[in-house]
Design a protein around this ligand. Structure first.
Ligand code: MG
Length: 390
């Protein structure tokens, strides 16, 4: 490798599996892990790495819609269609990279290893200065037994044994050629493809946390690992009021609700989303909705308040945090909120990109007391809990 110019390095994330042995309704790489899909966490780990120039994902096209939702806003190029086996999927990915101008280095990584850390990625890239291949791996620490009929048949010497993980990094032209030559064979990982081609592959010590999320127990373990790093837990509150005016509907929590009045406001006057936006901004100590979206700015005239809420959620994501829960209370005599509560919670969850089980929408009256009791307007209050890295 020339040392004067940094080689280009692309991460190829293999998310082609459609296996559902996990027992969920979707492949494991698309399951929520502490507020984000597993795949999104994996992709973000590589996108933010200073030595990685880009990320390309290989998927099963049957899950394209779910994939698009999982990586929304990350600016990734179109995914590559996977093949019948993992090996076919990787080869398709390498061919797509070759067609796009071929990087110097490629890091092939399992989508289901979302806890890959910056240091391990860097160590694999560094090892490629010396060898055409390098993989993340963990030395075997436990004593190994070969079982026979439910009992120990033999003790296996663990000396020199490693457990292979990913990323598995390679000089791009070498691994492309090796994969082409191995097409149709059934090799267990990309290092095996490289070994078959006679390429030297370095072992780079990795971390136990870089395990593959395969079972529900793994998901619990990964969730614990992530949440224990998000220990700065903040709660914010928000409150908003809008006055009734002429009209035949109100916008509440992102939903158009028929009514004999409208709500007055510069934007769509969605009191529910305004209160919740302020709650999230409050948890971040990041000002209020008026400071981010001044009512004097003509851009926000009639604006869909989902935009404001999405902005608050983006600020949480930029800080590496998650929204643990959101709870909105609508205060009015009319319209009746009850029939719309479930749809409102779903809409909020969609805007925030979190599970609907983390969103609550409630409603109350003020027993005909005060301005809401006199049906002069609608008030809303909200509480949101945000977890940030410590
Ligand atoms: Mg408002």
């Amino acid at each position: 490798m020339p040392t004067c110019i940094a080689p280009t390095c692309i991460a190829l994330i293999v998310a082609g599996g459609s296996g559902q042995r996990f027992g969920a309704e979707r492949p494991k790489q698309y399951i929520d892990l502490a507020g984000k899909p597993v795949l999104r966490r994996t992709v973000e780990a590589f996108l933010r790495h200073p030595q990685v120039d880009g990320v390309r994902v290989v998927i099963d096209p049957a899950w394209r819609d779910v994939y698009d939702a999982a990586v929304a806003g990350l600016g990734l190029p179109d995914p590559v269609a996977g093949g019948a086996s993992r090996q076919d999927s990787v080869r398709n990915g390498l061919e797509a990279l070759a067609a796009d101008g071929a990087p110097n280095l490629v890091l092939i990584h399992d989508a289901a290893r979302p806890l890959i850390d910056e240091a391990t990625i860097g160590a694999v890239v560094a090892a490629l200065d010396e060898q055409p291949g390098a993989i993340a791996a963990v030395p075997v620490a436990d004593t190994l037994k070969r079982g026979k009929d439910g009992a120990i048949g033999a003790t296996v010497d663990r000396d020199g044994l490693w457990r292979a993980q990913t990323p598995q990094g390679f000089h791009f032209p070498a691994i492309l050629e090796a994969h082409r030559a191995a097409a149709g064979l059934s090799l267990t990982d990309d290092a095996a493809v490289a070994e078959r081609a006679g390429l030297a592959v370095a072992l780079v010590p990795s971390k136990e946390d870089n395990f593959k999320v395969t079972t529900p127990d793994d998901l619990t373990r990964a969730t614990r690992a992530i949440l224990s790093s998000l220990w700065d837990i903040r709660t914010g509150s928000g409150f908003d009021v809008h006055r009734f005016t002429d009209g035949d509907f109100v916008t509440l929590c992102g939903l158009r609700v028929p009514h004999d009045h409208g709500l007055e406001g510069h934007s769509d006057a969605d009191v529910g989303l305004h209160a919740l936006t302020d709650a999230i901004l409050g948890a971040l100590a990041a000002g209020d909705i008026g400071s981010h979206f001044p009512p004097t700015d003509p851009r926000w005239r009639g604006a869909d308040s989902a935009k404001f809420l999405r902005h608050a959620a983006d600020l949480v994501a930029e800080r590496g945090g998650v929204i643990a829960h959101a709870d909105v209370t609508i205060i009015c005599e009319r319209p009746k909120v009850g029939p719309h509560r479930a749809a409102m919670a779903e809409r909020i969850a969609e805007i925030l990109g979190i599970e609907v089980g983390r969103v609550s929408v409630k409603a109350t009256t003020t027993e005909q007391l005060g301005f809401t009791g006199r049906r002069e307007g609608i008030a809303a209050q909200a509480v949101a809990t945000v977890r940030l890295p410590g």
